[in-house]
Design a protein around this ligand. Sequence first.
Ligand SMILES: [Zn+2]
Length: 134
Amino acid sequence: MTVPVDHDLIRAAAHVARTRCRGDNHTMAAAGRARDGRIITAVNAYHFTGGPCAELVLVGTAAAQGAYELDTIVAVGDRDRGVVPPCGRCRQVLLDYFPGLRVIVGSGDRLRAVPVAELLPESYVWADHQLDSD
Ligand SMILES: [Zn+2]
């Protein structure tokens, strides 16, 4: 099923990437569309010990604003790099937090919003392996 691409979301991430990314610490921006329609934005916090990607900062930022459900997410690189697909760690985290999430990937007329599960085939689903507590 093809879902229309949320161009407002891409523009929001691109704006943050262009205006807020500075030097080597902040090189990526992410924007998420919350279930209630709000757009939440964030940037990565690079550190050699494993500082979080923009997508992961976004998960916390959204929660801090009371947005616990995200429908769509996109990441855009600084220096006009355009849409950047999530790394492997982010794919796993996003799948576990938001199984129904769509992720915008691709570029130009190949931009598309794909289910996060399609980015991680045969994936490990953390929730499926937790012991029932009842
Ligand atoms: Zn990542």
